[in-house]
Design a protein around this ligand. Structure first.
Ligand SMILES: [Zn+2]
Length: 235
């Protein structure tokens, strides 16, 4: 995050890694994709018509790595166009123009602390030829575990998706949206406003899932970021 010290609200943008991010309440949230190689990257700040060059240092995260052995019939379901269309639907459910709705740190979406796969784990579905990364946190909870809103928001999506199964996207404003996948049951509707701790649905094993768990993720302007720091302090 870039914070600007000013008594008045400034307007401007930061260009960073091919994206253009607005200054909102004198600060800018800059998401860094988990596959970004470590290094120093330029960021261009344009504020009230003045341009400044900043540098952002990206350090290596400690991400695990594993190769998934999928049965051929499941691998055949991973059609790139299908995956892309679903991802676009999830990203489009987040309204970047919505004002900030959260105040303090985010609350955990389930009462469990059992994280079976953290954010950023490198995964390969094709015997190690290419790697993607895990876009959220997996909680190893039994089917039917209540899933709660981690912060106030508006339901952007509540439906069954092919890969993500029973899915809810919650829009918290400023381009920050959380996602809850593989749910067995969804109890909210698109457009509904929910408060922190309100019930969204129940965990399950729907979509392309290898056993009951809750996948929880947090995107900033469409880019998945590590949800864990959001439980401690928020920008
Ligand atoms: Zn997951």
């Amino acid at each position: 995050m870039v914070r600007l010290e000013s008594l008045v609200e400034l307007s401007g943008w930061v260009r960073f890694l091919g994206g253009r991010y607005p200054v909102q309440h004198n600060r800018v949230l800059l998401p860094i994709p988990a596959m970004q190689p470590p290094g120093v990257y330029p960021a261009e700040l344009e504020i009230e018509g003045v341009r400044l060059r900043l540098e952002v240092r990206v350090v290596a995260g400690r991400f695990g790595r594993f190769v998934l052995r999928l049965p051929p019939e499941r691998q055949a379901l991973l059609v790139p166009e299908r995956l892309r269309a679903e991802r676009e639907r999830v990203v489009a459910a987040c309204d970047v123009g919505r004002p900030q709705m959260w105040q303090g740190p985010f609350r955990k979406p389930v009462s469990s602390e059992r994280i079976t796969d953290p954010f950023g784990t490198r995964r390969s579905y094709d015997q190690g030829r290419t790697f993607t990364y895990h876009e959220g946190l997996d909680y190893g909870v039994p089917e039917g575990t209540p899933v709660y809103a981690p912060a106030p928001g508006v339901v952007g999506l509540a439906e069954r998706l092919f890969v993500r199964g029973g899915a809810v996207v919650l829009d918290h404003g400023l381009g920050v949206c959380s996602g809850f996948w593989h749910l067995s049951r969804v109890v909210v509707r698109p457009g509904q406003r929910v408060g922190t701790g309100e019930l969204l649905g129940y965990s399950g094993n729907t979509g392309l899932s290898n056993g009951p768990h809750l996948h929880f993720e947090l995107r900033v302007r469409g880019i998945p970021t590590d949800p864990a720091p959001w439980f401690l302090s928020v920008p």
